[in-house]
Design a protein around this ligand. Structure first.
Ligand SMILES: Nc1ncnc2c1ncn2[C@@H]1O[C@H](COP(=O)(O)OP(=O)(O)OP(=O)(O)O)[C@@H](O)[C@H]1O
Ligand SMILES: [Mg+2]
Length: 225
């Protein structure tokens, strides 16, 4: 089945160049992420978690190596293909203030090629799924931090992507709200059979994943969970 193909990282390195020096953040990562599993990426601040997630999602290019989604290089995906296959969420929701909650969720479906009415129908479903059914017409500014993350999650999930990549999704939420958002993420991931890769500083959230890795010295190390 085409949909079960892994997200495969092949000899990935990433070096940033400053004005007078270079910093190599990723030193040759080799791994295959399965759609049937959930993964945590932990590691000290500056260890490269965000860099890694961004490259996995095609938001940044590796210096050497490739990220393959099935047989296709992630960096060669069009915006439309990426919207269909990879969902992304971050520490901050990055919602657009000028449009409604519902329209924020619709954006990914529109990029993926849906008509306005299909995108609207799917966004309403997702809004319900994340527990915000009554808030579609609201301005984004009226939402709490946890509600905004639910909207960002709905926006990432509206195309039922193959993988959901989450960079510190709960990093700016209080403990309880963070756990609620994680429960929601895990139930959606299970329901739609997506692979999940989440970076986190929080050991409790890391332990909610089936496999836990630590990024250290640019290498991905499996840790006991
Ligand atoms: N665009 C960039 N240009 C130069 N250096 C960068 C750039 N992006 C990241 N870096 C450097 O790469 C290293 C890894 O950064 P990254 O943000 O991936 O770490 P992180 O593990 O996500 O940290 P945190 O836990 O604080 O979010 C840091 O030393 C950072 O300064
Ligand atoms: Mg980071």
């Amino acid at each position: 089945m085409e949909g079960s193909l892994p997200l495969r990282v092949v000899q990935l390195t990433k070096t940033f160049s400053g004005s007078s020096d270079f910093i190599t953040v990723l030193q040759g990562i080799e791994y295959s992420f399965s759609r049937q599993k959930t993964y945590a990426i932990t590691g000290a601040s500056g260890s490269g978690k965000s860099t890694f997630i961004h490259i996995l999602g095609g938001l940044d290019q590796p210096t050497t190596g490739t990220v393959m989604l099935g047989n296709v290089s992630v960096s060669s995906l069009t915006a439309q293909e990426r919207a269909l296959k990879i969902g992304l969420v971050f520490q901050y929701p990055y919602l657009i203030k000028e449009i409604s909650v519902l329209e924020n969720i619709m954006i990914t479906a529109i990029i993926a090629g849906d008509s306005w009415s299909d995108a609207q129908r799917k966004a309403l479903e997702l809004l319900k799924r994340v527990g915000l059914a009554a808030m579609g017409s609201w301005e984004v500014g009226r939402l709490s931090g946890g509600q905004k993350q639910r909207v960002a999650l709905a926006r990432a999930l509206i195309t039922k992507p193959e993988f959901l990549l989450a960079d510190e999704l709960t990093g700016s939420l209080d403990h309880e709200t963070g756990l609620e958002v994680m429960e929601l993420v895990l139930s959606c991931v299970k329901e739609w059979q997506m692979g999940l890769i989440i970076s986190t500083h929080n050991p409790e959230i890391a332990r909610m994943m089936q496999l836990v890795f630590s990024l250290k010295d640019g290498i991905l190390i499996a840790t006991e969970s």
